[in-house]
Design a protein around this ligand. Structure first.
Ligand code: C2E
Ligand code: MG
Ligand code: MG
Ligand code: MG
Length: 289
């Protein structure tokens, strides 16, 4: 009886494992296909300049359709791509799409910059800067309108090897943003030596500033250190008016969060930005009937 029970357990366990592996293999297959067929989507989340309420930038975020009308989580897709040697191809795809969007739509939508996430693997391959610059050039986009985001924790781990590529990219006018800043490492001392232009405060810190005076004070000192070093600060994950107000009072210049806008497909973004610039009573560069 005992043997039989444990035998059944093993069968159930194997089925679950099988299901998991099948799911990963399925996502991977869909990812490869969607890159080849050009059906992998790139969505955009607006970034607001608090000073004038303008939607001055947007972050490109990958969206893989799940075949059931939804999307797999971007985090899952990126991690899978990184573990299966696909992240460079994925990164090239997203960068090219985002640059093409910037070149064709950016100016008339009032976007000063488009932001694209980079996996550290994309930076550590040989000739990474030349490769990325060639892609941007081929798209016709202006390097001054491109920001590349790299996660703080992984950048710090491989700074020696990544610094040269980052320097080369920055020399062309590309901005570098330190993503997910303020979790883990968050040493303010090294800020003066980093080849970056923008700090993106992680959502986990944004979430705590209303309830924790200590975290609010940390945010204020980040803002202060950023100012001393000539860096811009973007707060991610702002979802409520109260959070928006606290972030603004801490001196942060840019906000990205559901409070203003969620990530959206290209078509929705165009509509959204056209409506917003209309609502602010500004001249829009959209064609007139
Ligand atoms: P990230 O670069 O830090 O991007 C911000 C994430 O926070 C996005 O999740 C966005 O949808 C989410 N977010 C923004 N505002 C709010 C808010 O107010 N509340 C909440 N709850 N969430 C908010 P997403 O699109 O799921 O992407 C997750 C991560 O996947 C990204 O974090 C980035 O690290 C990675 N990723 C996405 N696209 C790419 C890509 O094309 N290449 C690479 N290498 N990584 C990417
Ligand atoms: Mg990012
Ligand atoms: Mg982030
Ligand atoms: Mg994040």
């Amino acid at each position: 009886r005992y043997a039989k029970e444990s035998g059944q357990g093993a069968v159930i366990y194997n089925e679950r494992l099988d299901e998991l592996i099948r799911t990963e293999a399925d996502v991977l297959r869909r990812l490869k296909e969607s890159i080849q067929q050009g059906t992998l989507e790139v969505w955009y989340q607006p970034i607001v300049l608090l000073e004038n309420g303008g939607y001055s930038a947007a972050e490109a975020l990958v969206r893989l359709p799940d075949g059931r009308g939804g999307y797999f989580s971007a985090g899952q897709v990126i991690s899978l791509a990184e573990r299966n040697g696909l992240v460079e191809e994925l990164g090239d795809y997203v960068l090219s799409r985002a640059c093409a969007f910037m070149r064709t739509q950016g100016e008339r939508l009032g976007l000063r910059r488009i932001s694209v996430n980079l996996s550290v693997q994309q930076l550590l391959v040989g000739n990474s800067a030349d490769h990325l610059l060639a892609l941007i050039e081929a798209s016709g986009a202006d390097t001054g309108r491109i920001t590349l985001e790299i996660t703080e924790s992984v950048l710090i781990q491989s700074l020696d090897r990544a610094a040269q590529a980052l320097d080369k990219l920055r020399q062309t006018g590309i901005h570098i943003a330190l993503d997910d800043f303020g979790v883990g490492y968050s040493s303010l001392n090294y800020l003066s030596n980093l080849p970056v232009d923008i700090l993106k405060i992680d959502r986990s810190l944004t979430k705590q500033i209303l309830t924790s005076p200590k975290q609010y004070a940390l945010l204020r000192s980040i803002v202060e250190m950023a100012a001393i070093n000539g860096l811009m600060v973007v707060a991610e994950g702002v979802e409520t008016r109260a959070e928006q107000e606290a972030i603004a009072s801490a001196g942060v210049q840019y906000i990205q969060g559901y409070y203003y806008a969620r990530p959206m497909a290209e078509k929705e973004l165009k509509q959204f930005l056209a409506e917003k610039s209309g609502a602010r009573g500004e001249e829009t560069a959209l064609p007139r009937a």
